[in-house]
Design a protein around this ligand. Sequence first.
Ligand code: HEM
Ligand code: HEM
Length: 130
Amino acid sequence: MSERREGGGHNRPAGTGFESKAWFFMRLSGVVLLGLAVFHLYWMHFAIGVDNIDFQTVVGRWSNPLWRLYDFALLVFALSHGFNGLRYAIEDYVRRPGRRLVVKSIAYVAGFLLISAGAYIIFTFDVGAA
Ligand code: HEM
Ligand code: HEM
């Protein structure tokens, strides 16, 4: 309900409550994503090359549990950062309480489903079935 970014910037909310922690999390996860996401892109484009990516590529990569762990970290950080950012955007723009509740509910459910589906795929993908 509060005006979050009067003057355009987004300063750390006062206190030690949820919004203050969320503010800090966005900075932390931003730095983490700078490493995880940029390296993911670099690896897919230059180490492997997008023309060479097929089912076998993923089978090869996910034979190593460390790549699964890497992808899981990317999944969790990108989606929690992205959906918290979406929450900011909703709070900034969807002003009517009823509408805000509906839009936020849809966003939370979508975020939960995407993290669940992504994690399910990462941890149940069977390299032997290929
Ligand atoms: C290169 C890595 C990234 C860095 C360094 C970064 C950093 C940041 C920072 C510092 C904020 C400001 C948070 C605030 O206002 O308190 C932010 C907001 C946001 N980020 Fe990221 N981010 C990165 C990647 C991503 C990715 C991959 C997504 C999408 C999944 C994303 C989606 C968003 C959204 C939607 C916002 C809110 C924008 C707004 O309030 O208008 N970011 N990011
Ligand atoms: C054109 C650019 C991209 C290509 C070619 C690409 C390619 C791939 C491939 C082949 C996989 C399969 C798993 C593996 O081999 O590790 C994968 C998984 C994944 N990628 Fe990307 N990627 C791209 C961009 C991105 C971006 C920008 C993000 C987020 C910031 C991202 C996040 C993920 C995540 C979270 C997974 C795991 C998905 C799961 O849960 O199954 N990717 N990517």
